[in-house]
Design a protein around this ligand. Structure first.
Ligand code: G3P
Length: 498
């Protein structure tokens, strides 16, 4: 019997999702599980890699049982993952030597400051397309090798392995047979030359990272290997796709032509514009990154990484207890005509693109005696749209291509108020697709194309459908006035030192 589904795994920052996709690109079923966020100190974020792995196994088990699908019904597996998050484990025992250091975590800031002071930025930027920032994996690896006793020498003896989450998962799902990553994830480590497409000796020397701990790079769409039946529900299922979650979302949004862009409103917010075979250097604070490598060909993207987006709503809910459910934010925001001059700059872990100011902290401006929680909630939602406008302006300037439309996905954009305000603020149409799980969908497409489940990108692009199109409707003067208020708020947040 023909295999009926591709299993997509979306291993994100706060939860893991498993999704079954059928040949028509429809989502047949989905399961999700949150896992523990560990905050050892202010600004530090860690995950237990074993708990993350368990969340994958639990979501898959739940999904297969609920959908009455046998592992043998799976044509293949595609994996998308939170990027940059760094795991180091023992090659022999398979045990992590420490918690995973999450992409948002700031514990390696001092390492980055040293590299900046040494004048390494131009070389790093030219090779990796990135900036020197604690966001990327390299300084996290350095931190782990410095802080776990004996780790440096064990790594040099080839006893320790490094990987981002896809690498950790593939290692475990294949019973420790494969230590691999893919170009879209490698491009986020700060150790990978995105032009020559290899781990770079100069960067490895700079960070003193032993080459022996690095994974082999596989294509984003290709038969990587099979699961070990002893580790995956008794079946050897081909793994056909690996990609960082934001690049997977770009693929899942069928942004295959230069100039097409998507924005994903998850924990953070990541806008990527496809730039074709050309790696466009940024002069405006964006990142140049590999979108994917397929069949030996690389396509590139420009990226604006915003560290806090949906997380601001979680903070209103869990930190301030202003909301019972995140979904209530829409009705509250719409119950007032405007934020009444309130601006919230959610720089909880510093500011990412295009500012790159890791020392800045969050702030709220424009509060009066008349400020109500509705205004604060509205200002929080608006902050996602303003940050995206900051990034889009940089993107258009770098790429020299004005954006025609923006494809949007991720949990927060289900909020109609945010979608409309975003379209207004960018002055471009915003397209929300029918399948909003585009990260998982992209992972499924990458795997399905490699394994013959789908034939071509053209076929995949035809499966993509719009659920709703939001047209910009705000007058230019009004848009300018509000955005200038935001810029003033960011400026003010940047000069504040406690
Ligand atoms: O670069 C970090 C990004 O990959 C995290 O994505 O969706 O888990 O917030 P998300």
């Amino acid at each position: 019997m023909a295999k009926r589904y591709i299993l997509a795994l979306d291993q994100g920052t706060t939860s893991t999702r498993a999704m079954l996709v059928d040949a028509d690109g429809r989502v047949a079923g989905i399961a999700q599980r949150e896992f523990t966020q560990i905050y050892p100190q202010p600004g530090w974020v860690e995950h237990d890699p074993r708990e993350v792995l368990a969340s994958v196994q639990a979501t898959v088990a739940e999904l297969l049982t609920r959908m009455q699908v046998e592992p043998g019904d799976l044509a293949g597996i595609g994996i998308a993952n939170q990027r940059e998050t760094t795991v180091i484990w023992d090659r022999r025992t398979g045990q992590p030597i420490h918690n995973a250091i999450v992409w948002q975590s700031r514990q390696s800031v001092a390492i980055c400051e040293r590299l900046q002071a040494d004048g390494c930025t131009p070389m790093v930027r030219a090779k990796t397309g990135l900036l020197i920032d604690a966001y990327f994996s390299a300084s996290k690896i350095r931190w782990l090798l410095d802080h776990v006793e004996g780790a440096q020498s064990r790594a040099e003896r080839g006893e320790l392995l490094f990987g981002t989450m896809e690498s950790w998962l593939v290692w475990n799902l294949t019973g420790g047979r494969l230590h691999v990553s893919d170009a879209s994830n490698a491009a986020r480590t700060l150790l990978y030359d995105i032009h020559r497409r290899e781990w770079d000796d100069e960067l490895l020397r700079l960070l003193n990272v032993p080459r022996a701990m690095l994974p082999r790079i596989c294509p984003c769409s290709g038969h990587v290997g099979d699961t070990d039946p002893a580790r995956f529900f008794g079946a050897a299922v081909p793994i056909g796709g690996l990609a960082g979650d934001q690049q997977a979302a770009l693929f899942g949004q069928a942004c295959f032509e230069p100039g097409m862009a998507k924005n994903t409103y998850g924990t953070g917010c990541f806008m990527l514009m496809h730039t074709g075979a050309q790696a466009v250097p940024s002069r405006h604070g964006l990142l140049t990154t590999i979108a994917w490598e397929i069949g030996g060909e690389v396509e590139y993207a420009l990226e604006g990484s915003i560290f806090v987006a949906g997380a601001v709503v979680q903070w209103l809910r869990d930190g301030l207890r202003m909301l019972e459910r995140a979904a209530d934010s829409q009705a509250l925001a719409e119950s007032v005509a405007s934020s009444d001059g309130v601006y919230l700059v959610p720089a909880f872990v510093g500011l990412g693109a295009p500012y790159w100011r890791s020392e800045v902290r969050g702030a709220m401006f424009g509060i009066t005696r008349g400020t109500r929680r509705e205004h604060v909630v509205r200002a929080a939602l608006e902050s996602m749209a303003y940050q995206s406008r900051d990034v889009l302006a940089a993107m258009e300037a770098d790429a020299g291509i004005p954006l025609k439309e923006l494809r949007a996905d991720g949990g927060a954009i289900a909020n109609d108020f945010l979608a409309q305000f975003q379209s207004d603020m960018l002055d471009v149409p915003l397209l929300r697709p029918k399948v909003q799980e585009t990260t998982a969908l992209g992972a499924a497409y990458l795997a399905g194309l490699a394994l013959g489940f789908w034939e071509s990108r053209t076929q995949v692009a035809r499966l993509w459908q719009v659920e709703r199109r939001f047209e910009p409707g705000m007058a230019e003067a009004e848009r300018g006035r509000r955005y200038r208020g935001w810029q003033a708020a960011v400026q003010a947040a940047c000069v504040f030192t406690p």
